[in-house]
Design a protein around this ligand. Structure first.
Ligand SMILES: [Zn+2]
Length: 372
């Protein structure tokens, strides 16, 4: 019966975030701090959706307009077929400090569209905030469409729709759901375009490191998806950060050639080619196409001011990652400072690069410049 209350809160939050969600998704990209007016509206902002308490109140006041015959509006349970008898269940729990149960779960989004192979993770907030046990149980209604791991990282498997559910481990009746739509990776289109500019491009490895920068492109049909070692290393790093109370998550992972082509095109329309080239890769030149690069948290310069970034800067090499486009590195890497973009190199190489204090280009002695 408690369920009845939760969907009400969730619905209210949903209504709030629904308008933002359409704008949000395309911004899972390398964004531009300078022009990023709508970039900043990506996931983390959803934190600002009001807490369930507030929502519950506003919903009550809205609906109570229509239930005029009720004499004590403050205590009214607005669903007429549900008598207020349900409430004591919750009161009982609140009175026993030893068994504070979870009463509501809020997510940073409730629907998402992912391309096959892509991953995304909503942030979970459980209420009451002082509950001692906020363990989560994640499940997928159809694992052939999308899988979810123990910490809520959703991975799109194949075209279709499914529901990803997170329940409170202590109060399994309390849950929230994300509607996931998985779209096909545009592989067929790639193979149908043999005359593509990049079609005869070869993969470039230097010292065993796969390079994707402005000088070295990837073939259009190179579509490896997220590298499993990079994903495993990220998961480990995420857990280590979580143990220190820090929340790092992937906002953008693997991106196909065609996806990058669309992205770059939009950025060129918005800010012109010269400016777009400073922050967005041309198709074939994006490190995201290697499956070895991740954009973390807020894809915005403000990420540099977070405790998460401070930790990442120092520790990511221990897990095999480097901050790929550091401050003041634009003349060498070809890209503006991107504190949120990390690249997997494996721990040995990542530590060497980190210890050198150099960018990857300087470390390997290579360029990153478009030929035209
Ligand atoms: Zn990136």
């Amino acid at each position: 019966m408690k369920k009845l209350k939760i969907p009400a809160a969730v619905l209210a939050v949903l209504a709030l975030s629904a308008c933002a969600s359409v704008e949000e998704y395309p911004e899972e990209t390398d964004a531009i701090p300078v022009l990023g007016d709508n970039i900043i509206s990506s996931e983390p902002l959803a934190h600002e959706t009001a807490a369930p308490d507030t929502e519950a109140v506003s919903e009550t006041s809205e609906t109570s307009d229509t239930v005029t015959e009720i004499s004590k509006p403050a205590e009214t349970w607005t669903d007429s077929e549900e008598p207020p008898i349900e409430l004591p269940v919750q009161t009982e729990e609140e009175n026993d400090p030893d068994s504070i149960e979870i009463t509501a779960i809020e997510l940073t989004y409730y629907e998402i569209t992912l391309e096959e192979g892509d991953s995304s993770m909503p942030i979970v907030t459980m209420y009451p905030e002082d509950a001692p046990d906020k363990s989560e149980i994640w499940s997928s209604s159809d694992e052939s469409v999308a899988e979810v791991d123990d910490i809520g990282n959703i991975t799109a498997i194949s075209e279709g729709e499914c529901i990803i559910k997170v329940q409170s481990a202590v109060s399994p009746d309390v849950y929230a759901e994300v509607s996931v739509t998985v779209t096909a990776a545009p592989e067929t289109e790639e193979t149908e375009a043999p005359e593509s500019i990049e079609s005869d491009t070869q993969l470039t490895y230097i010292d065993g490191i796969l390079i994707a920068n402005k000088t070295y492109a990837l073939p259009a049909d190179y579509a490896p998806g997220v590298d499993p070692d990079a994903q495993a290393a990220f998961d480990k790093m995420q857990s280590a950060a979580a143990a220190e109370g820090l929340n790092i998550y992937i906002s953008s992972g693997y991106r196909s050639y065609d996806y990058q082509a669309g992205l770059y095109e939009r950025y060129v329309e918005r800010s012109g080619k010269a400016e777009a080239d400073r922050y967005s890769a041309r198709p074939g030149h994006s490190e995201h196409q290697t499956g070895l690069a991740f954009d973390l948290n807020t894809i915005d310069i403000t990420f540099a001011d977070t405790a998460e970034y401070d930790w990442l800067k120092v520790h990511c090499a221990e897990y095999g990652f480097i901050i790929r486009y550091p401050e003041n590195g634009e003349s060498v890497t070809g890209y503006m400072y991107e504190p949120w973009h990390i690249r997997y190199l494996g721990t040995d190489t990542a530590k060497k690069v980190y210890d050198s204090g150099l960018t990857l280009e300087e470390y390997l002695g290579i360029d990153s410049k478009y030929s035209e």
